[in-house]
Design a binder for this molecule. Structure first.
Ligand SMILES: [Zn+2]
Length: 404
């Protein structure tokens, strides 16, 4: 895997200023903006000659394509429209406790291929899980090739604390992984990809996916809470992920909401996860293991809620109550007034929303208004879209890496 940013320490033929200008020009070309060279010169303050030369190089990278002559626009003379080339994309993948997911997102943000496989990954060897994921990913990579989409890089999201630079999972309690080195497996997912495959935290990736492809664009500042077997979170402030000094910020699932409560997978006690994670809700709803998968039990819970089952309703209301406590605490601490809920919280949205709103209103009236409580519509694609989007951003920030 090529190290991100390696070129900055390697003498190359593209100088620093030119690198910055390439990225600057590229930043003015969108999926369908059809910006002309004259538009870009006006927007960036660069001369038309410079822009033409930079665009020529960007065309060489394959990130940009010409869309033919545009009609006379507001700016007068006709020019050739430029757009990001949808034949470039990135692989996104997610390992979760009870499923694996892969997909390809192109430079227009379109999810081109997508596959989810139920899996019981809890306690399994990282190597075995990566083997299964690689097989899924290979199908996706082949489908992309067949469709003429060149993969620039990729991302793998896991429900745990990761070191992206080293490709290691420090700890993923719900998978039972500690200090798992995935670097070799990551390198093998798309061997030729110029921007490699980078590890990320599942909730952080899903939080970013919400920003790029979901509710986040209009909210800009929000707490994303991902409900899976574990409960993860991501803080987005000023349309950027706030990762914290060590990259572990936003772990709202391990904020204490019930002092003296049950032991948590993190080693703590009374965390949000112990009262609002899938297992906690299922147990409170009386939907016991019985050998069936978590996904099947979640479907059973939805069916019970649909039928108005009192125990199921009470379990979800309890989760909504504690969710409200965690949102209020986080909101007060970092001055946030919006929340986006994903994973099982989104799946249970209809039923959990009233209890959550009532909790928010009870603990901090007016802090998080009802119209700033959003439920994700990205489902199991959220984390992989975010992971792929991260790879696309790496490419767009360093287009010179693609020059011969
Ligand atoms: Zn915890």
């Amino acid at each position: 895997m090529r190290e991100h940013g390696a070129a900055s320490t390697t003498p190359g033929r593209v100088g620093d200023v030119r690198r910055q200008n390439l990225a600057l020009v590229l930043g003015n070309i969108g999926p369908d903006t059809r910006a002309t060279r004259a538009d870009i010169a006006a927007a960036t303050g660069l001369t038309k000659a410079s822009v033409s030369s930079l665009v020529a190089e960007l065309l060489e990278t394959g990130l940009v394509e010409e869309l033919g002559v545009t009609r006379d626009g507001e700016r007068g003379r006709p020019g050739v429209g430029l757009a990001l080339d949808a034949r470039r994309g990135a692989l996104g993948a997610e390992i979760n406790v009870d499923y694996l997911a892969v997909g390809v997102v192109d430079l227009h943000g379109t999810l081109r291929f997508h596959e989810v496989a139920d899996a019981e990954n809890r306690g399994r060897d990282a190597e075995d899980v990566l083997g299964e994921l690689s097989a899924l990913a290979r199908r996706c990579v082949e489908a992309a090739q067949t469709a003429g989409v060149t993969l620039l890089g990729g991302g793998l999201a896991v429900p745990g604390l990761v070191n992206p630079a080293r490709g290691t999972v420090l700890t993923a309690p719900n998978l039972g992984w500690r200090d798992a080195d995935l670097s070799t497996a990551l390198g093998g997912l798309i061997p030729d990809a110029p921007f490699g495959v980078v590890l990320s935290n599942e909730a952080n990736s899903a939080a970013l996916a919400e920003l790029w492809y979901g509710h986040g664009a209009s909210l800009r500042d929000y707490l994303f809470i991902s409900g899976e077997v574990g409960v993860g979170g991501g803080l987005v402030i000023g349309s950027e992920l706030f990762a914290g000094p060590q990259g572990y910020a936003g772990e709202v699932g391990h904020v204490v909401v019930e002092p003296g409560g049950r032991r948590c997978s993190c080693g703590g006690r009374g965390c949000l996860e112990t009262v609002a994670g899938q297992e906690a809700i299922l147990a409170a709803a009386g939907i016991t293991d019985g050998g069936s998968t978590t996904a099947a039990r979640m479907s059973a819970l939805q069916a019970a809620l649909g039928a108005g089952d009192a125990q199921a309703m009470s379990a979800v209301e309890r989760a909504g109550h504690y969710l409200g406590i965690a949102v209020v605490s986080a909101g007060r601490l970092v001055d946030l007034s919006a929340v986006v809920l994903g994973g099982h919280f989104a799946a249970l949205g209809t039923w959990i929303r009233p209890a959550l709103l009532s909790s928010l209103d009870g603990f901090a009236p007016g802090l998080v208004p009802a119209d700033r409580v959003a439920f994700s519509e990205l489902g199991t694609t959220a984390a992989l879209r975010g992971a792929a989007g991260g790879a696309l951003l790496r490419a767009l920030a360093a287009p010179y890496e693609l020059l011969p």
